[in-house]
Design a protein around this ligand. Structure first.
Ligand code: PAF
Length: 280
C-alpha cells in the first residue's frame, strides 16, 4: 500500500492507474476510522479497480471554538486497518502543505450550506468543499464515497460536483449504527458512559418521529415535537428539522423523500443523526 503525502505524488500515482484504465474510488476521511468508514472503504474497494483513502484533519472546516486540536488522530492504526481492506493508497497531506500561509481560495455552495448545521457551524461547509475540491484534484477519482450520517454534507458535495463539472460519481452509503443504535462517529470517543446513554436517545427520538410518519402523520410540528420530547433532556438541541431529502428545504408537510435530522450537544460533544423516509 502506498502512503502519499504530496498532491503531485498523489496525482502521478492516479495518472499511472488511469493510464492502465483502472477506475479509482476515493473515501475522504479525517482518520479515526470506525465501522462507518469501513463500509465506505468496502464500497470503494468492491466497486473500483483501485481504492484510495484520504486521511486529513482539515483545519478550515473547524470554527475557532471547535475541536480541531483535540480531534482524535490515530494515523498508524488507520493505516494498519485500511491495509488489510485492500486499499491501494492512502493520501495523507499535512496542513502546512495543503494551506500555505498565503492560501486564499475557497469553495462555497450557497443555499444548501445555509440551513441545518450551517448556522451552528459558520464556515464549516466552505472548509469541507474547499478540502474536498483539493482532494478531488489530487486523487482524480471516478467515484467518491460519503456517509449518510452527514446528509447535508453529501447533498452539498453532490451539488458542488455537478455545478463545477467534476465528473465524479458521488456515492452515499447508509448510516452504520452501534448495537445500541448510536450512529458511528469519530466523536463518540469523547462521550462518557453517562453521555453515551443520553446520546442513544437521538436515534430513539428519530425512530419515534419515523413511526409517526409511517402512521400517516404529515404535520411537521407534531413530528418535530415528538422527536424533541423523546431526546434526553440533558442534550442541548441545536435543531430538529424535517426537510426535503434532496433540496434540504424545510417542508410544510411530510411528503415525498424526507430527511428527519437532529443535531445537539451531549456535554461538550456535538452529535448529528438523521433518518430518510420515503412517504408513500
Ligand atoms: O466527513 C468528513 O470526515 C469530512 O468532512 C471530509 C469529507 C473528509 C472533509 O474533510
Amino acid at each position: 500500500m502506498n502512503i502519499l503525502t504530496d498532491a503531485e505524488d498523489m496525482r502521478a500515482w492516479s495518472v499511472e492507474q488511469q493510464r492502465e484504465r483502472l477506475s479509482i474510488g476515493l473515501v475522504p476521511t479525517m482518520g479515526a476510522l470506525h465501522a462507518g468508514h469501513e463500509k465506505l472503504i468496502e464500497g470503494a474497494v468492491d466497486n473500483n479497480d483501485a481504492a484510495v483513502v484520504s486521511i486529513f484533519v482539515n483545519p478550515t472546516q473547524f470554527a475557532p471554538n471547535e475541536d480541531y486540536e483535540r480531534y482524535p488522530r490515530t494515523f498508524d492504526d488507520d493505516c494498519a486497518k485500511v491495509r488489510t481492506m485492500g486499499v491501494q493508497a492512502v493520501y495523507a497531506p499535512d496542513a502546512a502543505t495543503m494551506y500555505p500561509p498565503d492560501y486564499s481560495t475557497y469553495v462555497n455552495v450557497e443555499g444548501l450550506s445555509e440551513g441545518l448545521c450551517g448556522p451552528f457551524r459558520p464556515g464549516h461547509y466552505r472548509g469541507v468543499c474547499t478540502v474536498v475540491t483539493k482532494l478531488f484534484h489530487a486523487v482524480m477519482p471516478h467515484r467518491a464515497y460519503f456517509g449518510q450520517k452527514d446528509a447535508q454534507q453529501t447533498a452539498i458535495i453532490q451539488r458542488m460536483t455537478r455545478d463545477l463539472d467534476f465528473g465524479i460519481e458521488i456515492v452515499e452509503l447508509p448510516i452504520v449504527r452501534d448495537t445500541d443504535g448510536l450512529a458511528m462517529s469519530s466523536r463518540n470517543a469523547y462521550l462518557s458512559e453517562e453521555e453515551r446513554k443520553q446520546a442513544v436517545t437521538l436515534y430513539q427520538a428519530l425512530q419515534a418521529g419515523e413511526s409517526l410518519i409511517d402512521d400517516g402523520v404529515q404535520d411537521v410540528q407534531a413530528i418535530v415535537d415528538t422527536v424533541r420530547n423523546t431526546v434526553d433532556p440533558a442534550i442541548v438541541l441545536d435543531y430538529v428539522e424535517l426537510v426535503d431529502a434532496d433540496s434540504l428545504e424545510p417542508l410544510k408537510e411530510a411528503s415525498g423523500s424526507v430527511l428527519l435530522a437532529v443535531a445537539g450537544r451531549v456535554g461538550a460533544t456535538r452529535l448529528i443523526d438523521n433518518i430518510k423516509v420515503e412517504v408513500a
